[in-house]
Design a protein around this ligand. Sequence first.
Ligand code: ZN
Length: 439
Amino acid sequence: MNIKELKIKGKKYKLPIFLPDATLGIVRSLDNRALKEVGTRGVVVNTYHLNDTPGTDILKKFASVETRSLQQRPSLCRSGIKNFMNFDGLVVSDSGGWQVFSLIKRHGEGGEITDEGVKFNIGGEKNKQLGIFTPEDSIRIQFEIGADILICLDDFTGANDSEEKIKESVKRTILWAKRTRVEFDKIIKEKKLTDKTRPLLFAVIQGGWSRKWRKYCAEELLKIGFDGYGYGGYMVNEKGELDEEMSKYIAELIPDEFPKFALGVGKPWDIARCYEFGWDIFDCVLPTRDGRHQRLYNFKNDNTNEAEANEARLIKRSDSGALSLASSESHFAEATRDKLEVIQGKFNNIKNLDLKNPDNYEFLYISRGKFATDSNPIGLDCDCFTCQNYSRAYVHHLFKIKDMLAHRLAVIHNLRVYNRAIEELSFVTPPMLGTVDAE
Ligand SMILES: [Zn+2]
């Protein structure tokens, strides 16, 4: 069973939610207006990288700064990172566990992992100054960043680790989670935060391929007690596909009253599958990274009627401002509302699509020569800014001449595809963009 919403610091966030990667406080090439328009309601930032640039001194300053921007709305849940980015959606800070894994375990260089913490010999100056990066450091820095959901530093289990290695990483993940819990509670007390004003704390279930150790890890973390639980190091089978049995098994280890975060998941069909198993929160670098690398996603729907889609696109283009920014209290005329319904009907042709089936998606490698003269939009049935305004030929051209607009247009389209899938899973209707004030 899935949770329908999360309430954090006086705000409600609808679930399921997909969080694109904003490592350094930016979904690369996208401003917050574009994020809103594609339906992005939250992002993941990175503790380790933000600690280095711009550094928490600057973010702490922004937690209390009175910003001059006309577009900023005063709100209780403003924080360092949210003020800095001027972003009102859900912000999750990743603990840095994955960086530890990729810098040290995967590449076998740059530092060492002990029960005390992680010694980095590489990375930026501010991280080097730490000497050792402990679970306590990670959570303290996450408070300074000011995210809504903070995540315990964990010891990532590698996909091919031996049982001995798995045991070590699970034990360390539990030890670090205990210490994180203590530090988190200490900071809550110091800052006099209440259940209504504090961020949430999530722990991550490690254990690689071993059901025994996944179960042990989940049980021990549940005993300590957290606000939500994550699926760490999601498993793929020999074909490189999501290990569905394991995803389902881990979701079942977590009681249904807790939000379940499938970290790093994934491809759109994997998200749809994991949602069915009970996972509600997803984050992945794929749509943004693939977009920048000229790999564009589409739903494959044989029912797409090109003429109808084009007609809908033309109506929408003529009213684009009113339609895309419409809200209940704005000058949203009856006639426009009717048109929007017609357009949504025509665009919304993924209703009967099995989103769990990879065959229902296709990729456009936009750099291929055949697109140089293609006057169609990237997605025939797509309602994103890119598809409403530009042809495949133009996006192909922008990549060819290496104009930075190419990245932006590609990422807008890919994120819209992801968010349409999420909207379809949860029956969230655009332009409902997700964050509403709690009562
Ligand atoms: Zn599009």
